[in-house]
Design a protein around this ligand. Sequence first.
Ligand code: HEM
Length: 564
Amino acid sequence: LIQYPHVSRVVRSLFLTAFVAFGIGAFMGVLQALHRTGVARLVDSADYYTLLTLHGVLLVIVFTIFFLAGVFAWANTRSLDRPPVSKRFTWFWVATMSVGTAMAGIAILAGLIPSTDISADVLFTFYAPLQAHPIFYIGLAVFIIGTWLAGIDWFRQYLAWRRENAGERIPLQSFMVLTTMLMWFIATMGVAVEVVVFLIPWSLGIMPAPNPLLTRTLFWFFGHPVVYFWLMPAYLLWYTVLPKIAGGRLFSDPLARVVFVLFLLLSTPVGIHHQYVDPGIAEGFKFIAMTNTMFLLLPSLLTAFTVVASIEHGARQRGGTGYFGWLKALPWRDPAFTGMALAGLMFAAGGFSGMINAGMNINYLVHNTIWVPGHFHLTVGTAVALTFMAASYWLVPRITGRKLYSRPIGLFQVVLWFIGMVFMSAAMHRGGLAGIPRRTAEPQYPQVTFETVAGSVSSLRLQLAFGGVLLFVSALLFLMNVGLTAMNNKPARNLDSALPPALSGPDQSPTVLDNLKLWALIAVVLVILAYSLPLYSIVQGAGLYPAGQEASPAVIAPLLEVIA
Ligand code: HEM
């Protein structure tokens, strides 16, 4: 980005916010891991939900999405080779996202101050009947508007390029940015309606408490595609940057395009799979959601094939030979490569535990147990977060012009994250199979014993806490390494950001893949098919505002008391 210093500044500021959120979120994570296992209780159990909300919101909304915005701003500019249309507009959406984040963050943190009546202990799945202060919901709405403006900015940048390049294929990275943002525009409709129509008026006390099932359904309309929103920048990096670092070229540009189109089509009509145990949604609708979910395996398996084929090509360019011998020729000492490779490996494990979650019947075994955080610490907590950390070792020198402070520390850090996650996530999965619930500061109840298949519950607790501590140390090393890189006096050398063309290039990919209007239209139709009848029957069943609900936060106070 040397020729576009203004874009570098934008990316740097987005990454800074992402990393601050990551640091605070990781600190909350280790506090939780130590607390709920009883290894060290450094906070009051009554504050557990504030910490958990902070952990969830900072890591899966702020860290992931700010980092995504930085990667997309970089990738769109790099691949179109032109800056965004208006500097002011770009800074405007950065500011909008930041103001929204600050509002939501302040509302959550205020929950720790007993003298205020502001709090937002509603977890990152902020549906009714848990209620937060209006500042939290307004902050979320402002944040989402900021992300929409970012999407508009990237589309304007693309359209300006298109005017000068009629008939050209959309450059691959830009194609990935645009399809992901189309998916995001569709997916966020659910959360926008939930927050603006129901939660904000309810929290202000001007409307009654909404039908909880309705807000849950609107939340999950957005809550599942958001996981692909976290994942797509990681895919972008695996498809376009990883092959270069491995010394080769992307195996297939057409396959990469097909994968992003499939995610645009299939990400949203699956959200009901989070509601298998919700009464009030007919089993048939749940079955449709399950079927759509299983189709999502297809783009993930295509990705596993394409990315491994690209890496193998790189290894063979470096002199690797044999069926498996080529693995030795890969740049394992490079933290960017090793981190992304380990992240991909963990994603495969996360895919398997995800299939258990997705199965309508077997889901009952693990529903609301600690198995579920075990699953998503493999996916968003490692496939995404570790890819972001590893990619930072490649990207941060490119946006700061400074040499990476320490490659060995980087390498140690990414491996430590992998090991920490093996401990923490395995213990969570096994604890879930024993029935240990998630989201509780006190998972031990009188007269309830949890039976493990092998080993004891106390050994699982220790493994979870140990893994959590390793992860926290890894997070600190990462922040120290990128922080010292940003302040490094030594300039970075060999900052070539050119990405080699794919072995099977865009000219071999059907032009219909670039027809974004067509894919967006099909995606909308699929969403209407999947959601119109369930939403209609929910509203028919209990109404928008169930009878007897008053327009007063007092409705929720007894529930909050129970939780506290
Ligand atoms: C939940 C620990 C990093 C996302 C949890 C829980 C623990 C934990 C113990 C379960 C709490 C409970 O259910 O009672 C840690 C540690 C981390 C870490 C020690 C690293 C230092 C991450 C990362 C992400 C993440 C990198 C995502 C990018 C989440 C989410 C939840 C969660 C979304 C669920 C919150 C909820 O149930 O509302 N974490 N985590 N964590 N973690 Fe992490």
